[in-house]
Every structure is written in structure tokens, then in C-alpha cells.
Design a protein around this ligand. Sequence first.
Ligand code: NAD
Length: 478
Amino acid sequence: MSNKLWIDGQWVDSKGGGILAIENPATGEKIAEVIDASREDIDRAVVAARQAFYDGRWSKLTPGQRSLAIWRLADLLQANIEEFARLESENTGKPYQFVSLGADMPFAVDNLRFFAAAARDTHGNSAGEYMKGYTSMFRREPVGVVGQIAPWNYPLMMAIWKIGPALAAGCTIVLKPAPTTPLTTLKLGELIAAAGIPAGVVNIVTGGNDTGQAIVEHPDVRMVSLTGSSNTGKKLMKTAADTLKRVHLELGGKAPFIVFDDADLDAVTAVATLTSTFNTGQDCTAATRLYVQEKQVGKVTEALVEAMRSVKVGMPFENGVQMGPLISNIQRERVKGFVERAKAGGAKILTGGGAPAGKGYYFEPTVISDADQKAEIIQSEVFGPVLTVSSFKSEDEAVRLGNDVLYGLAASLWTKDIGRAMRISSELEFGTVWINDHIPLTSETPHGGFKQSGFGKDLSAEAVGDYQITKHVMVKNS
Ligand code: NAD
């Protein structure tokens, strides 16, 4: 059904849309075609979502009823987990065992189970007497029809991070996956119906950036939530201003990984390697800037180069593969361009830096040293398996260098000194700060940015709150 749109609980043909070819990035071969939805298609999806919102088929269910349906969706995803993981790997090139089946899908199931529980949370609803003779009530109500726009790095998981809290809050949805990776999100449509979530509550439309733009422009969409690049976030915010929509933005990152002399250097090497190459570095929280205190920088760099060379790169379904290709040839050319410009600017490529021979959009795990703090390779999001190594002298300098980018999504610091860990974690301007680890997330903990990494939270009860609006009802009671 990849050449249809999921609108009002059924597969429908496009009216006036085009076609997008979908590739397997591990081979470069075309594996499917999907619709590049037109403005008319988006209007149909919004009309369905609007009808579903205002007749109360979802928003007026009890939280317990909504919770049960979301839980059933989690059960169905769990029951079909291998099929979803296989399709995700075919569409993205992700290692099947290590990433799709080993990480993305089980986490997506857990995320849904959390949001099923969060649907029944009563925080924020309260009542009291704040003026003599009156009772005030605070009601947390769903925002309405929300437009949700996802990126290509974790296609199904990002779709779940979007629909989970919106469904828990009682919203109805028009969801657009990224143009290159729509297959698992489309497949979710039938599971949503089978879970008993009524027709029209979740509508799935495929398409490119213009399709996304049409969702943002639509006057009946009350809020848009984007996970994507900071540039797209800026454009989206400008467009949303015309209809004064709520905007929820999960944008790019450029995570520092700050290592003090007293850190466990074996753990540093292992985790820096894993988190700069996991998902081929196409992760908004990936370790990208390693800062090591002067005394240990030589030792850490040497160990890191060796570890990056031993990462097993290969085809998604090969045993033991840790890293697959980048998502597209365009992305590979982008990553290559960053590395070439870094080299031209005087940085040293210690390992990797190129594309291996053969088919697919592969790129070698890469370590770069001697880059200037102001260089593009340190300042801009590369979104590939590329790690820079720099040194620092003092705690103050570590904080200054760590914060010295436009992004603020995630950071880690490595030290056995608890006081230092506490001091620095409060100074770092990032939405998540890990101490002696990097990358783990849980469904209960909020994920989102500071600075130009955006605002609004994914995951956690806070995410559900982002899809609700507070209403004050005041009763004259005497
Ligand atoms: P992108 O910004 O190119 O596209 C993201 C989505 O926005 C796509 O579906 C795209 O079609 C749509 N889009 C593009 N232009 C639009 C417009 N003008 N109006 C409406 N929609 C539009 O991002 P990408 O390349 O797909 O994903 C990679 C980016 O996502 C990286 O910057 C990464 O850091 C970020 N990301 C952030 C998080 C997070 O939680 N903060 C998580 C994953 C990815």
C-alpha cells in the first residue's frame, strides 16, 4: 500500500500528487514508490482529522479508553516487530540486529506503553477557591488537530515520539514521514486501525518539503511539531507565524563529549566510538566533539583511532554489523564536503575520511584532530560518523568550548569527581547532560533542546503537556 495515503482510516489515492522513488541506501536500488502528496491531499487529511477531533470520537473518550487503545498499538507493534525492523533496515540501511531490531523497535514499543500510561495522568488538572464565592478549575485540554513532521534518521521511532504524546493528550493528527523513509510509518496505519484508534484520528501523508509546508500553512492545524534540521525549524516557525500556530521543534545537535584526566579512559574510548558511529552518526545526540584534558589527549586519540578502525561496517542483514550506510548519496556528498573542507582548513584526518569502494552510500568512521574551535567541522552538524578531537586545560575552558556552538541538545562529561560533575552539568547549556555515559534515553525522561536545537519536549509526561492547553473555568458558587 506504499502508493496510497492513509486518510480517515483507509488507503486512498492522491488527487494531483506526484511520485517519490524510495531507495535502499545499502544498495542504491529503488525499492518502492510513494505519493508526493498535493495540497488537496493535505486538505483532505486535515478535514478528516478536524472531523475526528470535533465529534469527540477520540478527544472525548475517557483517558482510560485512550490508554487501552495506545497499549494495544504497542502490543501489535511488538507482535510484528521483526517485520517492522526488516522494512526499516531495507529503507534506511540500518543494521537489522544491532539497530532496527536491537534498539529502535523495542524502544518504540516501550515509548507507546509509556504514553498509554501517561494518558491517565491527572497532573495539571485541579480545582480551588481563589476568590471568595468562586471555584476555579484548571482543565488540560487537547490542542486540536496537530501536524507532525518527521526526519529520516529513526523513521518509525520518530513517528511514535510524535503520535504517542499527541494521542495521549486527545489530539488528532496529520503525520508526514521524511520523503526518503516513509515505509514503516505507512505500515503503521493499519496497526493503528487494528488497535481500535478510530478512523481519522491519525492520518499519514507522504511527500517532500512542499507537502510539509502545506501542513504548516493549513489554517485548521492548531500546532505543528517538527523533528528536523535547525534550518527547517526556522522556516517552519516563520510559516507558522501567519496562522499563529503552536510550534514544537526538535532540531539539530552537536554534542560535546568532555573528558577529564581522571575519567575511565577505556569507557571513554568505547562509548565515544559507539555513539559517534551508532546509526552511522545520523543521530541528533551523537558524540561529535571530543574534548580531552591535555594530559590524556594523546592516549585517548590513539585508542580512539584504533577503535574506530575496528567498527564493523557492512550490509544491514550481515551478522555482527555495527554500522550501515548513510541515508542517501546527497547525505554522503554532504559529509564528504565537511571532511574535505576541514582538511583544506588545516585539520588532520587521523582515520577514515572517505567512501569505501562498492555500492551503497557508505562512509568510513572518521577521526579528525587539529581543527580550530571556530572551524565549520566543529560548529556545524555533520550527521555522519565523524568525530573531532580537541584538548582543554581547565574546567572553565571545557565549559566554554562545550557551550561554544549554536546547538544545545545533548552533552556528556566524564570524570570521577562528583563535585566537578555537578558544577559542570549546571553550566552546560544542553537539554540532556550525561555523566560518565552518552546517548541512553528512557521513555520517562524529557528529550529536547536548548538554543537552536529547538524547544518543546519529546518523551516524558512533559511531551504530553506540550499537546495540551490549559483552560480556566470559573464558577460563581454563591
Ligand atoms: P529536514 O529538516 O531536512 O527534514 C525534516 C522533515 O521536515 C522532513 O519530513 C521534511 O520533508 C520536512 N520539511 C522540510 N522543509 C520543510 C518546510 N519548509 N516545511 C515543512 N516541512 C518541511 O531534516 P532531515 O534531514 O530529515 O533530518 C535530519 C535532521 O533532524 C538533523 O538536523 C537532526 O539533528 C534532526 N533530528 C533532531 C532530533 C531531535 O530530537 N532534536 C531527532 C532526530 C533528528
